[in-house]
Design a protein around this ligand. Sequence first.
Ligand code: GLU
Length: 472
Amino acid sequence: MASAPKKQAPTPAPKPVAKTAPVPAKANKPAKPAAKAAGKPEADHPIYDELGFSKDPNNLYRQTVGSMLEAAELMNLPHHLKIILAQPKNEIMVHFPVRMDDGQFRLFKGYRVQHNNALGPYKGGLRFHHDVHLDDVKSLAFLMTMKCSLVGVPYGGGKGGIKVDPYKHSKAEMERIVRRFTAAIAHQIGPDYDIPAPDVGSNAQHMAWIADTYSFLSEVGGLQPEAVITGKPVEYGGSLGREKATGQGVVDTLMVMLPEIGIEAKNAKFSVLGFGNVGSWTARILQKKGSKLIAAMDHTGAVINDQGIDAEALAMHVQKTGGVRGFKNADAASSEDFYRTKVDIFVPAALEQMIQPEQARLLNCKVVAEGANAPTTPPGERVLEEKGIEVLPAILCNAGGVTVSYFEWVQNKTCEQWDLATVDEKLNKHMVHAAEKTREARRKYKCSLRSAAYVAALERLRAAYEVRGIFP
Ligand code: GLU
């Protein structure tokens, strides 16, 4: 679940309201075999067997790689690139003990998956969530490779995480957990090798502890060891505009794509699933463009107001209380009502696999802008397709975060500090360019925007592999 914006102090997770059905838990194992419920059966691929993939069509890793393979077929990507990209280069798992405030020790599990570094150092966030698994981290690392390629930054893809609920620990416990995790993976990361960042459940304070711990442990020392991580506080090497960057990128993408979907941002209605960093910033920035937030839902419940919800006020409420539940100027609603709400734009900004056929059938919107990573399952997407709902894929739509991470890294390495206008302008250029490349690929291959975004990402990777070759 997306965390409350800028929240650092641990907050007990608010209990779901009985009447307002909460956001369904991440559906690693959905109750029904979703693939059969919608339209065409799931496309199979010989590479699943060749590489020993899970046979479960609902497996997240199989689904994410499957979307890439669909695009790879369209563009005749050579077989060796398909298999290279279908598996990460390194999968690191660590276990480490941490002393709790009561003096007892607990053992934690951490991950770092390094998917690909053909275009540059591994890059991607660290997820702090009680339900994080290797398959999730692998999927998210894979998506980072695709995202970085599409948005034109000189990075590969990686992802990591700690199996921990950050809201159930004191600040002091979180500091020890984060520093000890950093020590456990310190030899596997580096400013020129693998550069982590925030993701669901982690924030700028966590990044500062990681940078500080790494600086102490780093044998290299010297200039800017804090470039080992991005999403840091502005006071310690962070970039202006990084905190809102993913939401800004979602809105930048919408501004390019909305006209051809026949939507005017001014007066467009939208709803948001997950009101953490990505959801709340998307809502606040979109509101500035004249669009109206009608409904929001997170792990605490759903709220709806047909007259419009002030996104700034809702963000403040979430920061104070930990969730959207209890927001005064809107009605509490069920999850079904939330999905049914008629809007122009629906922004899933929570976890993966939340839009399954069941949710897709309820949705009443013209476009889905994927703020989260992999929020729509392939069967869910087929339902959206049948309903004529356009999907702006995550590797395009939410690439703003890593783009400004890249700017932060460049600023660290050059000892510069850019102003916000510069950051926003450069971000916009990357987002517009990525959206144009996606549109171009769609025209060429007459495919979905998701396949088109993958084609555009794969083109850049193919070109790099062509000139680099495969060692030895
Ligand atoms: N976690 C974010 C993502 O999924 C940002 C990654 C980064 O900045 O490296 O895109």
